[in-house]
Write a protein that binds this ligand. Structure first.
Ligand code: PEP
Length: 264
């Protein structure tokens, strides 16, 4: 089996003020400084990022959204040049909260991915089914549609060039986040998560070919905690975690990452 470098990212969502973010990093950054076999990052609100990226270079910093246009009349959006100017590594794309509340579609998701990769930045593309879609047994179709439409909308033809030159860190990462598990305390079981990740991996193999698909990382997200991280991260197709609630306290998130990397 191909070894993939695990990636753990905390999604702070619309939480923390600058002083709180700073206080978090003072505890968190030294606690995870020794982690060399995985990527550790935080997706923070845009106003928090400038001071943090320069001070805490050992962490990867992600925005929570990024627009595809270079500049212009897009009130409330951020361009790739803006993200690069404050040294972020990349951005989340199409988090389910943005799909549900901000009109994000598979097409806009793909456009955002294309802009990020084109600028040499990482994109973490979030996909996942709702509870109704899981209960009706349609989750595979939903994931397939999100992948097919999202990647088609990137317009990218030469994926090996688009994914960048670092074989351990392809610029595109997927986050499988079942909507019913986000912020609910009801994580997918390791079996359910592995089944979905294996389905996604199979789809990626068809789309990209085996060589690229085996390098692409698929994070699991949805109520990851200290209690379930070991089991989830021991699954063969789970390559890290996207963590919301459990990333808000520095000691807890550091412990979660340290446990997760033991399986890296
Ligand atoms: C998320 O927001 O991406 C997430 C997974 O949240 P939580 O860990 O709180 O379920």
């Amino acid at each position: 089996m191909t070894h993939r470098r695990k990636i753990f990212v905390g999604n702070w969502k619309m939480n923390k003020l600058p002083q709180e973010a700073q206080a978090f990093c003072e505890v968190f950054a030294p606690a995870v400084a020794a982690v060399k076999n995985a990527d550790v990052g935080l997706a923070a609100a845009a106003v928090l990022i400038p001071g943090l990226t320069t001070r805490y270079r050992g962490l990867q910093w992600f925005a929570q959204n990024c627009h595809w246009a270079a500049s212009g009349a897009f009130t409330g959006e951020l361009s790739t040049a803006m993200l690069k100017s404050v040294d972020v590594s990349g951005s989340l794309v199409a988090h389910s909260e943005r799909r549900q509340m901000c009109g994000e579609t598979n097409t806009t998701a793909g456009q955002r991915v294309a802009a990020l990769l084109g600028a040499g930045l990482q994109a973490i593309l979030c996909i996942g089914e709702t509870l109704a879609e899981r209960d009706s047994g349609r989750w595979r179709e939903v994931l397939q549609e999100q992948l097919e439409q999202g990647l088609a909308a990137t317009g990218i033809k030469n994926w090996s060039a688009a994914l960048g030159s670092d074989p351990e860190r392809p610029l595109l990462t997927f986050a499988y986040e079942p909507v019913w598990a986000i912020g609910t305390g009801r994580a997918a079981t390791s079996g359910q998560a592995q089944e979905a990740h294996a389905f996604i991996r199979g789809w990626l193999i068809n789309y990209f070919g085996n060589d690229i698909a085996q390098r692409l990382r698929i994070q699991y997200g949805g109520s990851v905690t200290l209690q379930n991280v070991d089991e989830l991260m021991s699954m063969p197709d789970i390559d890290g975690a996207l963590v919301g609630g459990a990333s808000l306290k520095p000691d807890d998130f550091a412990q979660l990452v340290l446990r997760g990397v033991r399986n890296a």
